[in-house]
Design a protein around this ligand. Structure first.
Ligand code: GLN
Length: 192
């Protein structure tokens, strides 16, 4: 059984732990570099990306996270987690850094300006229609050649995969539908 961590600095950690367990993984919170070293894959939850970035730096996790992602550890980011996996943020707040791993440029709070929060059915390549919960969600402004677009909503990219890195603008951990987590658990199994 794959052991999958959830980066537990800020955000909706508990919901991801529950979804991962439902998708047949052993799920545990990760707050320290030693805990990161023990997992086969990692979820970065939704929350507030500047806060997650600053806490990751404070907890000495930023470099270990970058190293493991560069080394091919499977990683799945939702919403703020998607922002953390972007190689570039279009409109970063001061001091905001990312782990990177996906050749994409993201726009923070992109959907939020018009509409703080909404749900929509999103067709995800390889998964099917998924109920997407968008909460002050980013979108992906553009992707590089190595990144594969898995879903769009309203003409904007909302799900991307590059190798072992997966990211969605929306929050599958809030719907009780565990297919996105099952896809990620499969990625972790394949990588082991
Ligand atoms: N808008 C948040 C950010 O920029 C993300 C929101 C979310 O994760 N639901 O980090």
């Amino acid at each position: 059984t794959p052991v999958i961590g959830v980066l537990a600095l800020q955000g909706d950690v508990r919901e991801h732990l529950i979804a991962l367990a439902a998708a047949d993984a052993v799920a545990r919170p990760v707050r320290r570099p030693e805990e990161l070293a023990e997992v086969d894959g990692l979820v970065i939850p939704g929350g507030e990306s500047t806060t997650i970035s600053k806490l990751a730096a404070l907890f000495g996790l930023m470099e270990p996270l970058r190293a493991r992602v560069a080394d091919g550890m499977p990683v799945y980011g939702t919403c703020a987690g998607l922002i953390m996996l972007a190689d570039k943020i279009l409109d970063p707040r001061s001091g905001q850094e990312t782990i990177g791993g996906i050749d994409m440029i993201v726009r923070r709070n992109a959907f939020g300006r018009q509409n703080e929060s909404f749900e929509a059915t999103v067709e995800v390549t390889g998964v099917g229609p998924v109920e997407g919960v968008f909460i002050r969600a980013p979108w992906v402004e553009s992707v590089g050649a190595r990144a594969e677009v898995l879903a769009e909503h309203g003409g904007h990219i909302v799900a991307v995969r590059q190798g072992n890195a997966l990211a969605t603008s929306f929050h599958p951990e809030l719907t009780g539908d565990h297919r996105m987590h099952a896809l990620f658990v499969d990625m972790v199994r394949d990588a082991r």
